[in-house]
Ligand binder design. Sequence first.
Ligand code: 13P
Ligand code: SF4
Length: 305
Amino acid sequence: MNVQEMQQEILRLKKERDMCILAHSYQAREIVEIADIVGDSYALSVKAKSVPQENVLMCGVRFMAETVKILSPQKRVWLSNAIAGCPMAEQMDKAMIAQVKEMYPDYTVMAYVNTTAELKTIADVCVTSSSAVKIAKAIDSDKILFIPDCNLGAFTAKACPDKTFKLLQGGCPVHAAVPPKAVAEAKALHPEALVLVHPECVPGVTEQADYVGSTAGIMEFAKQSDAREFIIGTEISIAEHLQYECPDKMFYPLTKHLICPNMKATTLVDVYRCLRGEFGEEILLDDETIAQARRCIDRMIELGG
Ligand code: 13P
Ligand code: SF4
């Protein structure tokens, strides 16, 4: 079977199995093409709530599939490749944050959506990269303990100078590894290009950017902009998707090291095999975890909508 034949078979099978395929924007082109919904973490979590299908297949990483399950517990939700986890989501656990909370009892715990379902059970509010600033400004609290990403936390804190933030040493191993000097190096090669970066990059990188935003935000900015060239400081797939969608513009990855092995774990064959019931992992969470984790996600949707 070639790629097109497999895509056709996937489209047929997903109807037969009443399956909605969600794909994060970092997924490969051939997966994005067969998905019902493609977007950043925020869009996927909000839109997944109202899809008509009984079953959902997440092409992304584990915390994204868990978020769908938390929001739609009556649906059966699968992660297309069980090894696809986000290392940042595993960096802090509930016991550790419970201890930190004791040190800062009057702080609101703001958890990046890149956290496990278990950790979300003790967060007060959840945020994504596209909603963090809006929610931090809107929330009725001026002391925020931001977990786990200190870079998104620092970016959010800078946008909310009237609030006090406590940050912990967590972050994305892919984005946080981009050194600030990479911006000057990329600009030397492409002096006309605008620099668009994800807020998971270190402050030394985000401070030099022309735009900082989520994966969807970066794509939207690049499409709307009159500029012709862009240096893309997020997972390398975004430069690739933009190049397809805007063939008249030029997109250059900020560095060739911006590759997330977990987001790359899912292949079209995995999706095909999931639909045949041969692969993937069904997300199973107990009712209590779902009920407790849901509060912070609902609050995100309420404040970010
Ligand atoms: P978005 O919030 O932009 O979807 O990013 C998720 C992510 O994992 C970024 O590395
Ligand atoms: Fe997690 Fe970073 Fe990969 Fe996003 S890019 S899924 S934050 S490891």
